[in-house]
Design a protein around this ligand. Sequence first.
Ligand code: NA7
Length: 884
Amino acid sequence: MSDGVVETRASEVSGGETQTVDVAVVGAGFAGLYLLHRLRKAGFSTVALDTANDVGGTWYWNRYPGARCDIQTVDYSYTFDPELEKAWQWSEKYATQPEILRYLGFVADRYDLRRDIRFGTRVLGASWDDAKERWLLTTDKGPAVSCRHYIMATGCLSQPKPPEIDGVHDFKGEIYFTSRWPHDGVDLRGKRVAVIGTGSSGIQSIPIIAEQAAQLTVFQRTPNFALPAHNGPLPADRAAQLAEDRNGLREQARWSMAGVPIPPATDFSWALSEAERRERFEKLWASGDLVGMLTQLWADQGVDPDGNALLADLIREKIHEIVKDPETAAALTPHDHPFGAKRPCLDTNYYQTFNRPNVTLVNLRQEPITSITADGIKTDRRSFDIDVIVFATGFDAMTGAIRAVHPITGRGGKSLEDVWANGPQTYLGLTVADFPNLFLITGPGSPSVLSNMAVSIEQHVDWVVDRLVALREAGFTTIEATETAQAGWARHMADCATVTLHRLANTWYTGANVPGKPQTLMPYTGGVGPYRGICNEIVSRGMLGFKLSGPNGASQCNDGEIVRLQPDVRLVLNMLAEMNLPPIESMGAAGAREFVAQFNATRPPGRPVGEVKDGTLQGADGPLPYRLYRPATPGPHPIVVYFHGGGWVLGDEQSDDPFCRDMCRRSNMIFVSVGYRHAPEHRFPAAAEDGYAATRWVAEHAAELGGRDGPVLVAGWSAGGNIAAVTCQLARDRGGPLVGGQLLVCPVTDCSFDRPSYTDNAAGYFLTRGLMYWFWDIYCSPADRTDPRASPLRGKLQGLPPAYIVTCEFDPLRDEGVAYAEALAANGVPVGQLKAHGHFHSSFTMVDVVITGVGGRMQMAEALQAFTQSAEEGESQEINAAAS
Ligand code: NA7
């Protein structure tokens, strides 16, 4: 078919002016092609529009030398049709751009898709007509399009960034953009070539350009991490796996984090020796697997700066080994971002290329480009005579291609440009409130560029087309995200982002590469599998967060937020729900202890601290075990007496081990975790009295324990928080010891069960109302419960040490923790509060599972430090007062 010819078999053109279809799609790349196929099968009349003259999307345009896929191409393929999978064989592990383009052409032919595509056609604007409930698209060629649904399959990296360098128009030589490389290729032989940019496009093309050009000068602003691709045939083990269980692997990819069927590492870096870490690294370096290097070394590599630095250092070492000139090696070595926070690259001989005599690296951090002249490029130090400039300067990513269709006008004349003025707002990255029947495939807010695009595209397309079918069957004509759902998604996105290290890099993921672009992390970082689960849950919960409407006033709106929990809390709770455990209270005390011991044994080990030492201290009625955690820094250190959780029934001085280690490191304080006595063997007030006695003993033995002069601090979680709070009251009333501050994490403070959090969070968040009843019954008779040693909220609250009280949104104990904080404040006690949204009772003690708890623990550590600081200031004031 020739360019621009409009085939109307499946649509109507009225008066030559407007083409009327059910669904219009922009883009004929990976997403657009699959959309056409699915929509057509579902019986929708459809047209796709693309500025290119053929199918391929990003693979149509990015024809620069060396352009390749950097996810193994067997994974970067359609999976919707097993026959298609049989009919196409990839020739290499990482296919070249021409091969991928041939594949997309093959798909278009196989499903006869070209007949519904208007090539060489740009959409100039799109506006929603509320009365007709249709979108009208104006185009630069051929008829306008009227459609019920408008789907943008415009890709994430399709709008090239302008050069942004003065004098480009003065240049007399040739200029090329990697993203718009001429179809006939470019002859660079004998020429002096400049490449500006060292992202994937630069890193893939530079080694090949260096082989062709007489002289190559690479202008690098930010060095990037690159790994050798070791391309070749598909590795035998992958080929065998696919042959054996293709469907299983495909399903694994769909539910994985990155859309690739490889399990992430579960060992933490600190649990591996240096030799083990190096061995893992060398294996992955040799295998040439980007997703593997991003996920398979150790569990903390993508979430913790320290774990990441171990890996980044190993890559830095490799760069210095490969590049012979130390100055060039140093300039090529990234130091300004964690590995993976900026898109790392797969290369073939990239670093080796800088050993060639005809290649020069210019470090723009040291000598920025001042202008492009008629003859070449000037930095603030020197001039380079150049014949050809290649801009590998990247894209206005994620939002660029969508906003290039301008204006997009939704309900009530709202412009998408205005709605997104401070960054993209979407629900799921798929829809936008006030823009009915508009869908974005791999839009901002979806896993998109942090995933295998092929897997994400299929999921999006299937979800959208299935919704359109369901809408049609239910007789609705419009579908639109609600504001509540959209705002909730933004919050969930932000929660997910705190887990990752993307915040530590300026990248196109955040819009930092485009001057003036609002900066916000655009892709969804919660992972492909969890995202798929969320999309499915929206459907099973009656299209939560969507308004649907139809003829004769038919409407449905099930408003709400799909994810209110922190992302990792959600995973933990889902996992626990799947385990279908019997209620802990049904196990009896001995059974529950056994269960907790087994459960704790499966948890990752805590991080190393300076020293961990077990000992015995004097409790209220005999010796008690304790475990001491000492920081690695030189002492003496302030001491925190810590009480573990477990409802006065479960746990011991070791059971909050990861929390104690983490807090010891963060606060730089000694933690002494006390093995206080438990019910039912020792009912109330044994635990409370032990807490007080242990604190007194620690204060008296502080110097021997390596503690600093000054008051001790107390801390506790859950029932341990109760004991810590009670200890402060007893210490005040019994003449010491001096307590400098109390950190109460989700504490039990009262025996009343009628606060809303007991009802709101009665079940489903691990600590249930039933379990709390059981704990109370075992610990304390109803008559004793109002004793302040059981319910400190009922005690006298004046004159207590400063407090920091942490409560979690999804915890039955939330409101009594808040009540205690408010009551303390009302009684003149300095109180800090952390009301942790999206967290559950165990969030902060599940240290290496609930990563989103890090921020909270940092605040707790700061609160502990502030306690000692104010205690010291108080002491020095007293000394000064005495002196004067
Ligand atoms: P990228 O990854 O955005 O890389 C663009 C490169 O160009 C990067 O090194 C930029 O440096 C550099 N750049 C951009 N603007 C300038 C100016 N004005 N002066 C000097 N250097 C500049 O784009 P790619 O096309 O390589 O890759 C895009 C994605 O495609 C890739 O991540 C894969 O997902 C596939 P900066 O880092 O901004 O300092």
